[in-house]
Design a binder for this molecule. Structure first.
Ligand SMILES: *Cc1c(COP(=O)(O)O)cnc(C)c1O
Length: 455
């Protein structure tokens, strides 16, 4: 499989090149040159384990990694999951919840970042190269990225977070990792300051090249690809119904875009319900065809507090008939005018039903799921569940993706259900552990010196 950019300036990349490039060098996103139709293979894949299915679903998109080597790499990616099925499907009051939070950091990001870590490690070994990952996090991504690459030869990871502004649990999930290749940097500033530092350092192209800096952001194609797998997995767990719907708690549009790819590959997935919190740019788009930026609001489902969804451009590319010129023009208009709209919202537009959930409804949803079905949901999953119930068609199975374990968001769960027992042994185990972090002032030169001294 070869990869090209949604803006037309890059083409002919191999899978490994696409993984190492991350964001396309013309500012667009990388997509495969074609999407394989696997509907004739579905019967053969029945009964496979999660990692076996993952190898099969992803293989047509790879091409430049030996098949047996790739299988082993995928097997290693899911060995640290705490559930034998990797992603179990549980029936909660007639909605099927797919639990994607059994990885090392208890958020669905592990599904992709465990795989990406193995992939980086393989490609770097082949090329005898090194990679220094620099990232900024306000929560889930940092810990999942660290867990994906800790202890891996040839890789160092530097993760910045705003001092005192991530939740105590999220901070411990990062700072208790003591591997030599992991550097946690607490920045004297806000999350925006961290992101600005990141941009400034990445914009110094000679520094970036000299120190082989790379990113693990959610636009990496390998992250989307790893997420396509569990849509197939869900269908087998449901015993292969004629059709099914899936509700996806959405932020950067990575998770739900993977569902779009699965449907394009021939999976009998009917509808994707896009669930947002009050940051509803995507919900508004799929209701009106108008993509218009608003201000970011802080909600009780913080991993979805996003206005501009970094993976949206991939969907747009397909919606615009794979026309890179139109796609680039739409994005340019959005950048200059903060608003752009589809001329003709036909195409894949109606594959999505989109809706938004308020903070109050999120708390009520957590309460309702607990009192009616004795199931504890984290706030992001609760956003999804609320809309899964609202948009459920009684004739078609409805699945809701559970994106985090409730114990990760204990404050909000406690607010919704005071006194509820909300623990996870792997989070409790972090409490007494040694931690390591370095405090750094908000200054790009200080950050560069720190990196220089360690590389
Ligand atoms: C990242 C994240 C999301 C949003 O996923 P996207 O792929 O960005 O749409 C939802 N819930 C949780 C818990 C997350 O960590």
């Amino acid at each position: 499989m070869k990869y090209r950019s949604t803006r037309g300036g890059v083409s002919g990349l191999s899978f490994s090149q696409a993984v190492m490039m991350g964001l396309a060098s013309d500012g667009g996103l990388l997509v495969p040159e074609s999407i394989p139709d696997v509907s004739a293979r579905l019967a053969d894949w029945q009964g496979l384990s999660y990692p076996e299915l993952a190898s099969e679903v992803m293989a047509p998109f790879v091409g430049d990694i030996d098949e047996a080597v790739f299988k082993k790499l995928v097997l290693r990616s899911y060995k640290n999951f705490q559930h034998p099925e990797v992603a179990p499907l549980v029936n909660v009051g007639g909605v099927h919840i797919l639990e994607l939070f059994h990885g090392p950091t208890l958020a669905f990001k592990d599904i992709a970042l465990q795989f990406l870590g193995e992939l980086f490690s393989h490609i770097l070994t082949e090329q005898d190269a090194v990679l220094n990952i620099l990232g900024a996090t306000s929560g889930d991504t940092g810990s999942a990225a660290i867990a994906g690459v800790r202890g891996k030869p040839g890789i160092r990871i530097f993760i910045m977070f705003p001092d005192g502004r991530t939740s105590p649990i999220q901070e411990r999930q990062m700072t208790t990792v003591l591997d030599d290749n992991v550097y946690n940097l607490s920045i004297d500033g806000s999350f925006d300051d961290c992101q600005n530092l990141l941009k400034t350092v990445f914009n110094d192209l000679s520094f970036k090249e000299t120190y082989a800096l790379g990113a693990v952001n959610s636009v990496n194609w390998a992250r989307v690809l790893a997420q396509v797998v569990y849509y197939f997995w869900t269908w087998y767990q449901l015993k292969q119904p004629a059709e099914f719907d899936v509700t996806v708690p959405t932020g950067n549009f990575g998770n739900i875009f993977a569902g779009f790819i699965a449907k394009r590959m021939g999976l009998p997935l009917r509808k994707l319900v896009l669930a947002t919190n009050e940051n509803d740019i995507l919900a508004r788009f799929f209701q009106s065809g108008v993509y218009e930026r608003g201000a970011v609001r802080f909600s009780n489902s913080p991993a979805m507090d996003i206005q501009v969804a970094s993976n949206f451009e991939r969907y747009l590319f397909y919606q615009l008939g794979e026309n890179a010129t139109d796609c680039a023009a739409f994005m340019k208009r959005f950048q200059t005018e903060q608003c752009a709209s589809l001329v003709e919202p036909a195409g894949f537009f109606d594959w999505f039903t989109a809706d938004a959930v308020s903070d109050t409804e999120t708390l009520e949803s957590i309460q309702g799921i607990w009192h009616e079905f004795n199931y504890l949901a984290d706030p992001h999953t609760a956003v999804g569940f609320h809309l899964a119930q609202k948009h459920q068609d009684p004739k078609v199975p409805m699945v809701c993706l559970a994106t985090a374990h409730p114990a990760k968001f204990d404050d909000t769960v406690e607010t919704a259900i005071p006194g509820v027992n909300n623990h996870h042994p792997s989070l409790d185990a972090l409490l007494g552990l040694e931690t390591r972090k370095t405090a750094i002032v908000d200054d790009p030169d200080v950050l560069k010196d720190f990196i220089r001294a360690r590389c």
